[in-house]
Design a protein around this ligand. Structure first.
Ligand code: PLP
Length: 1008
């Protein structure tokens, strides 16, 4: 459709202008013939024929190279099909001088686009040319591994042009490279990944910068930025030592860093010892095989060590008991003989060599009941014959984290703390609430959660009581069990507490299995899970509305058959209704004191949260996640939560994120409690979760993340990252052979603050609010950075709403990000009012990127930033073969000199305002001009078919574009719809040039 209209309009426009169309191919015209001399045929037919191109004293050299057609043919054959060219009949430009270009026939064109805003000083500017030529004669290239004054002189001159603390320069070869580097810096510096850029922006076409670019014409349908935004530095736990540095990858088995919380045994000493045995050449040789063998060996050793430690602990205990017994006996004897009572340890130690010299002292971090730890300390003391006066010091030396902090304080308050007092203090601080009557508490203790939990509480209280006989212990434990277990246990009459506890756990497991079978009948048995009797297998039978649902025993397991109680399910509303009607919950008789139902019944009422919170997803966790299985196929990584290191498993078998329950108080996290929350383990078991910790911030390899975590009792890992959260990372590249995981940082394209087309007009505050919203709703609350051109170039010379950058820079910096100004097109005085585009918005960025005009056509780009941000790049080598190349540096330095010497910034202001003024007048004359905008020599003319609707005049723009070329003016075209003329000539463009351009445009538009 657009093509048809275009053809029609072309016919209309050029139908009577044959002289113009024939002009280019006219072989008899001299190379420097002025355009206007041959356009007279067309001009005479127009009321507003353009004048002659301004005179220019330059004679191009005769051209003997291949023709435009030959070049095009070769280009099609040997260059990529994505290259595009301007004009239906592409121009073969063979020479350039200042603001003019010459084609193969020597025809002169006014260059109003400067090789896409690149030729700043002018084509083949003599001073720039001279600097390049002189440098070329001496040295073209050596790279930065050697010194050369050109790069440092250029860097110094460039830094002197920058405001604020923007003093560190990096040289690259293009705008895309500059923006890539800026993005890398932003991410490294901020520790965040997410970037924000504007819709309608163009920041380059490389695999990362294409992500920042927000114009569909340039974007390929593949994940953007994966190649660069990667977390690919390998972090392995190799033979017990951290090997390599950062990142997302699996941690190979056994050992772990000391400050992580998980409870797996430490194998560091073994690991290190064996590490020392491995020669470097062996490691460097067949490393993989060797590693595998050593790891297998390590695994064996770790298992054996653990077994030995357990044996040692048992033996120590019996040794201690015996010794204690002897010592008590001795003491009694000595006491009776009037001898001084001796310390039992010094007794048993008398010259005896400790049996287990490799016994490790246990550590305690203040989490959980200290009783067990204190007991182990005492075993150690007994075994190692530790003197009384050394005990507190030794034990407190093994405090970690919170416990250590506590001790530092108590030590100041309590001088000469002895072991007994130390024990008491530990109990007061970390133990369960103190009670003067542990026996009473024991008698009142009831199972409310799992048997395991009840058992733990029971043992803790039991350890604080004395003189309880085994039978009494059994009876007390039985009394506290939930009824379903108690009945069975009472029937079994276990002989001692250990057997009873074991039995209770087994019965509980059996019930869970039965429950699983029950739940397969599609009933909601949530209230039944922990307490249900094995003997009741339900069937469903619908009750009439309001009567609830009744389930009665059946099936082959119904050992108690018809005597089993009915299970009646009532919602809270149904219960309330029955209460109001004074009806029995079970039968339909009225209820009064003393009412007896004919049958035993069991009411299942959903928890309040169950009824209200139907949003809770199905939570599933994999077996190795919950068990803490640590093998080479699991992806593990260390992370930091509130400054503390935790061990994380990245687990595709888990649906959600989970956090070890015990960590919640330790990390000081807030938990949102939810009752009845169950996590389904891969084997079908269900594990209760107390609730959810919302928006937990954690740091992995310097990157900040935020996520919700369900709490759950985990064994080996502190955190599990499940699929639901992993999805939020977008496409992920896993490399299981190199143990890496890479993903692109997300890029948010915020609403373009375009005063002409933008939804909020020129209201910068409302556009800035969109940035805030993106940060709040679309990110973790933290971002790496924000990038924007100050006048969008490719997007159609769109100037940002006044005051926008100031507000956005504040918002972004508050969210931890850095602000990047892309000055690839707007820099070096082109805007006239300022040397840098960002200055027009009264801001100072943290990073400035530049290219194009910086080299007047040389392949040159640069990034300038603050020393603080540059510092993050010192972690690694940042190398660019041609960046800062002597020839480009000499050329770049000459560009800076010329711009200053020829006062190009002021010139742009002067000529630019003249040009914009004339274009605005033209807008009054031609309705097709929807908007004239820009600053200095960075100007846009947007064409619309309908001023009110702002309908892009796409086809008309294409026609006028061709027509302007015929009239000898080379414009740029841009905007998403290609309906904007971009006028960004070399900065030596004159007012006469501007007049000619406007006259030509006027003429072409009149001819439309
Ligand atoms: C504003 C802006 N940034 C970056 C780039 C990318 O520069 P280069 O093409 O040198 O990679 C461009 C290119 O047009 C640009 O206009």
């Amino acid at each position: 459709m657009a093509m048809m209209l275009q053809r029609k309009l072309l016919r209309r426009t050029f139908g009577e202008g044959k002289a113009i169309l024939n002009f280019n191919s006219n072989p008899i015209l001299s190379p420097c013939t002025s355009f206007s001399t041959v356009t007279s045929a067309a001009a005479t037919q127009s009321h507003d024929a353009p004048r002659q191109l301004p005179p220019f004293d330059y004679q191009p050299k005769p051209y003997n190279g291949p023709s435009a057609d030959q070049i095009l043919e070769k280009r099609k054959k040997f260059l990529g099909p994505s290259l595009f060219y301007y004009y239906q009949k592409p121009l073969n430009i063979v020479e350039g001088k200042m603001q003019y270009l010459y084609d193969e026939n020597g025809r002169r064109y006014l260059d109003a686009f400067a090789g896409i805003v690149t030729v700043s000083c002018g084509h083949c500017h003599p001073e720039v040319l001279n600097a390049i030529t002189e440098q070329n004669k001496l040295l073209q290239h050596a790279t930065t591994i050697y010194l050369h004054h050109a790069i440092s002189d250029f860097a110094e001159a460039l830094a002197s042009k920058m405001p604020g603390n923007l003093k560190v320069v990096y040289f690259v070869n293009s705008g895309s490279e500059a923006n890539e580097l800026a993005m890398l810096m932003a991410r490294l510096y901020s520790g965040n990944l997410g970037m924000i850029s504007l819709r309608n922006a163009y920041h380059g076409g490389s695999s990362s910068t294409i992500g920042l670019t927000a114009l569909n014409t340039w974007k390929y349908p593949i994940p953007e930025g994966v190649a660069t935004v990667q977390l690919n530095q390998v972090f392995r736990l190799h033979l017990g030592a951290w090997w390599g540095s950062i990142n997302m990858t699996r941690v190979k088995h056994t050992g772990r860093s000391k400050d992580t919380f998980s409870s797996r045994p430490e194998t560091r000493s073994y690991a290190k010892a064996h590490n020392n045995l491995v020669s470097e050449s062996a490691v460097m040789g067949d490393e993989k095989t060797l590693t595998a063998k050593l790891e297998a060996f390590m695994e064996q050793m770790a298992t054996r060590q653990q077994a030995l430690e357990e044996q040692m602990a048992i033996l120590s205990l019996s040794v201690q008991k015996t010794t204690k017994g002897n010592s008590e006996k001795n003491n009694e004897e000595q006491g009776s003989s009037g001898g001084k009572k001796k310390n039992s340890d010094s007794q048993h130690g008398g010259g005896m060599v400790p049996r287990y010299s490799k016994m490790e002292f246990p550590t305690y971090d203040g989490v959980g009941d200290p009783l067990g730890w204190l007991k182990r300390c005492e075993i150690f003391f007994g075994n190692q014959r530790t003197n009384e006066e050394d005990r507190v010091g030794l034990a407190s030396f093994h405090f970690l984290g919170e416990a250590q902090l506590w001790f530092d304080q108590i030590e100041e308050e309590e001088a000469n703390l002895d072991w007994e007092h130390f024990r008491e203090c530990c109990h007061v601080r970390f133990g369960p609430p103190m009670s003067n009557n542990p026996l009473g508490e024991l008698a009142n203790l009831r199972q409310t959660g799992t048997v395991e939990e009840y058992q733990r509480q029971f043992q803790s209280l039991l350890a604080r009581t004395t003189d309880l006989k085994p039978r009494q212990q059994v009876n007390l434990f039985t009394a506290g069990l939930v009824e379903e277990l108690r009945i069975d246990i009472e029937m079994q009459q276990p002989g001692n507490l250990g057997v009873e506890m074991n039995m209770a756990r087994a019965l509980e497991r059996k019930q869970k299995v039965s429950f699983k079978m029950l739940s397969q009948t599609n009933l909601n048995w949530s209230a039944f899970q922990n307490a249900g009797s094995t003997s009741i297998i339900p069937t469903t039978k619908s009750f009439s509305k309001g009567g609830g649902q009744t389930t009665k025993p059946m099936g082959n397991n119904n050992k108690i058959g018809s005597s089993a109680p009915f299970i009646k399910r009532l919602t809270r509303a149904e219960m309330a209704e029955r209460r109001a009607k004074r009806l029995c919950y079970n039968c339909d008789e009225s209820y009064s004191m003393g009412h007896r139902c004919k049958r035993l019944f069991w009411i299942e009422v959903p928890d309040i949260e169950d009824e209200q919170d139907d949003e809770v997803d199905d939570l599933e966790i994999s077996l190795h996640a919950i068990r803490g299985t640590c093998n080479s196929s699991t992806m593990q990584l260390p992370a930091k939560v509130l400054g503390k290191t935790v061990l994380v498993l990245v687990d595709l078998g888990s649906t959600h994120n989970f956090l070890r329950e015990g960590l919640v108080p330790r990390l000081g996290l807030k938990i949102q409690k939810k009752s009845g929350l169950q996590v389904c383990v891969a084997n079908g078991e269900r594990v209760p979760s107390i609730g959810i910790c919302k928006s937990v911030q954690f740091v992995v390899a310097n990157n900040n993340f935020q996520a919700d975590f369900y709490t759950i009792p985990l064994e080996g890992f502190d955190m599990i990252l499940g699929v639901k959260w992993l999805c939020t990372l977008g496409p992920i590249l896993w490399d299981f052979s190199f143990l890496t995981m890479q993903f692109a940082g997300e890029i948010h394209h915020v609403i373009n603050p375009d005063p002409f087309r933008g939804v909020f007009g020129s209201d910068a505050t409302r556009y800035a609010k969109d940035v805030q919203d993106h940060i709040e709703y679309g990110t973790s609350g933290k971002v790496a950075g924000f990038i924007a051109e100050t006048i969008q170039g490719v997007g159609g010379a769109v100037e940002l709403a006044p005051g926008y950058l100031k507000q956005v820079y504040d918002i972004v910096r508050k969210a931890g990000g850095v602000c990047i100004a892309d000055e690839v097109q707007t820099g070096f005085g082109r805007t006239g009012s300022h040397y840098w585009g960002f200055e027009t918005q009264g801001v100072i960025p943290d990073i400035v990127t530049m290219a194009k005009g910086i080299g007047n056509g040389l392949p040159l780009g640069a990034v300038v930033t603050t020393p603080e941000i540059a510092h993050v790049m010192a972690q690694k080598i940042q190398f660019n073969t041609f960046g800062g190349n002597p020839v480009c540096s000499a050329g770049g330095l000459a560009v800076l000199r010329v711009i200053d010497k020829e006062k190009r910034q002021a010139h742009c202001a002067d000529v630019g305002s003249h040009l914009i003024g004339r274009l605005r007048s033209l807008q009054d004359k031609h309705d097709i001009i929807g908007d004239v905008r820009g600053r200095g020599l960075m100007v846009g003319v947007e064409l619309v078919t309908d001023r009110k609707e702002k309908t892009p005049a796409k086809a008309e723009t294409a026609i006028l574009f061709e027509k302007m070329r015929e009239l000898g003016v080379l414009l740029g075209k841009g905007g998403l719809h290609g309906n904007v003329f971009r006028i960004k000539p070399p900065m030596c463009f004159t007012k006469d040039d501007a007049d000619y351009l406007v006259d030509a445009l006027d003429y072409a538009m009149s001819e439309l």
